[in-house]
Design a protein around this ligand. Structure first.
Ligand SMILES: *Cc1c(COP(=O)(O)O)cnc(C)c1O
Length: 517
């Protein structure tokens, strides 16, 4: 069979499957097959006509190349190719995207409009400061809002992602210990449900990670915390700090956080809060008030700047007054009426510069736009509605799916496949079923504390109608499993051009180069 025939046979099989599925309702998975530009048949119709170069001598003396091998296709073909491919990327603008921990919320178009204003979009980071006073003022205001919302006065906007913010925050803690002659403190405590970036960051900063078990309740207990805190020193004198997200990755508020922060501070450690879940708290409580010393904020989660597909993200950090001295430079400061970027001379205790320039400025514009358009009361409602929506899903699905931890959740709810697994249907199968029914799957198998987890985060921007549809699909799946219709689950997704990929192969041995074979 030729490559073209193989392709056609693939498409025909796919058509048959589609016909068999006609009885299903709802959206369908992605339906296009798209060739690589190199595979296009129209290789003789280039978009531009350039005359053959004549009499040009290569200065390097290398043999002239006859063919570079660029695809020769016309403008409409290029355009259609890329537009079609852009629809392969399921996004928040396509539909419901309940990816827990990621806060995939709608990105208001007002944010985009502001970020495209010439005075913001066309400036250069190396312009003299007196020509970009407006941009610096915007960053200064954003620092102010973040400080107000977190209760932590020191703000550095530079980090370019949540994980980068974690690095900035943990380097700040390391620097603060250095400054007070406490460099021997090497242990960082993290719950076993922590996002992988937490322990990874701690290790990158030269700390050792000590796990705290949350398995029984999904929450940290003072008892388990104390055990970890004093495990290798009766005073906790080897503890550098702890990294905790609140609400945690099980979607639960850490109810004993004040007491633990207190114990940690008495032992001389700092409290790093992973701020990825700030969507549940924004406008309601300030992390500085429950003992946080430094945290990052994912502007691309809580404050609606776009993410997914590689970013760019933005992960500013907010610190207590004590730690603010140590955090990276520069922040924007105000000298009389003039805004300027501080330097190492302004703050000699700083750990230094984290990266070139000033972070993802376009994200700063979007985040501040979002804050100003919501106002303080609107941001509070964001948290309230996010929590309400997650609890609505939890309450609607708790008879159909196993709920590992009792009681209401915060902005995301946790289910497992325990009931379905008895019939051989797993979290993976359910996730693949969601693709078939036109949804992006929830976060699967995270957190790692219990088997088969499904972490669902609807965010406040989904309508009741959208959430109800999702719930009804999830209920359908549970009903199918109860009725013994389990075989289909191992086939899902049926309608997508690619079915079940070998994800391990794809990650370990990605084929990044096309060759004509
Ligand atoms: C998203 C997330 C991070 C990392 O943020 P990035 O911007 O993706 O680097 C860290 N912790 C938690 C809990 C998260 O959800």
């Amino acid at each position: 069979m030729s490559a073209a025939e193989a392709k056609i046979s693939r498409i025909v099989t796919h058509e048959r499957e589609k016909a068999a599925l006609a009885a299903f309702s709802g959206d369908r998975a992605l339906n296009y097959e798209e060739n690589l530009l190199w595979e296009k048949e129209f290789s003789d119709s280039p978009g531009v006509d350039l005359p053959e170069p004549e009499g040009i001598k290569l200065r390097t003396g290398a043999p002239a190349r006859d063919k570079v091998g660029l695809p020769q296709i016309s403008e409409p073909q290029v355009l259609r190719h890329f537009v079609r491919m852009s629809t392969w990327n399921y996004s928040i603008d396509h539909g419901f995207f309940p990816l827990g921990s990621c806060t995939m919320k709608h990105n208001p178009r007002l944010n985009e409009k502001m970020a495209r204003l010439k005075g913001f979009a066309h400036i250069h980071p190396m312009q003299p400061e007196d020509t970009v006073q407006g941009a610096l003022k915007l960053q200064y205001e954003l620092q102010h809002w973040l400080a107000e919302l977190t209760g932590l006065p020191g703000v550095c906007l530079t980090p370019s992602a949540g994980a980068h913010g974690e690095l900035a925050g943990m380097m700040t803690i390391r620097r603060a210990h250095e400054l007070s002659g406490q460099s021997r403190r090497k242990i960082v405590l993290t719950p076993d449900s922590a996002h992988g970036t937490n322990p990874a960051t701690a290790v990158m900063c030269g700390f050792q990670v000590r796990n705290i078990s949350t398995r029984e309740t999904g929450r940290l207990t003072v008892e388990a915390f104390k055990k970890a805190l004093f495990e290798s020193d009766p005073e906790g004198a080897d503890i550098a700090g702890m990294m905790v997200t609140n609400p945690n990755t099980c979607g639960l508020f850490e109810t004993d956080i004040l007491e633990m922060a207190d114990l940690l501070h008495k032992a001389g450690g700092y409290f790093y809060c992973d701020g990825a879940n700030f969507n549940a708290l924004v406008g309601k409580i300030r992390p500085g008030d429950f003992g946080v010393d430094v945290m990052h904020i994912n502007l691309h989660k809580t404050f609606s700047t776009p993410h997914g597909g590689g970013g760019p993200g933005s992960g500013p950090i907010c610190c207590s007054e004590k730690l603010a001295k140590a955090m990276p430079v520069p922040t924007v400061i105000k000298d009389g009426e003039i805004y300027r970027l501080e330097t190492g001379e302004d703050r000699p205790e700083t750990l230094g510069r984290l990266k070139a320039f000033q972070g993802q400025f376009g994200m700063h514009v979007r985040a501040l736009t979002y804050m100003l358009s919501h106002g303080a009361d609107g941001l509070k409602q964001v948290a309230e509605d996010a929590v309400l929506n997650a609890n609505y899903i939890l309450a609607s699905l708790k008879e159909d799916y196993h709920v590992p931890y009792e009681g209401p959740c915060m902005h995301e709810c946790l289910l497992t496949d325990k009931k379905q697994k008895e019939a051989g249907v797993t979290t993976t199968d359910i996730a693949k079923g969601l693709i078939e029914r036109g949804y992006h799957p929830m976060t699967v198998y995270f957190p790692l504390v219990i088997p088969g987890t499904m972490l669902i985060e609807p965010t406040e921007t989904e309508s009741k109608d959208a959430i109800d549809r999702f719930i009804s699909v999830m209920k359908d799946f549970a009903a199918d499993v109860r009725a013994g219709k389990t075989e289909q689950f191992h086939q899902f997704p049926l309608s997508s051009p690619r079915r079940r990929l070998d994800e391990v192969q794809a990650a370990k041995y990605p084929v990044l180069k096309w060759s004509e074979s």
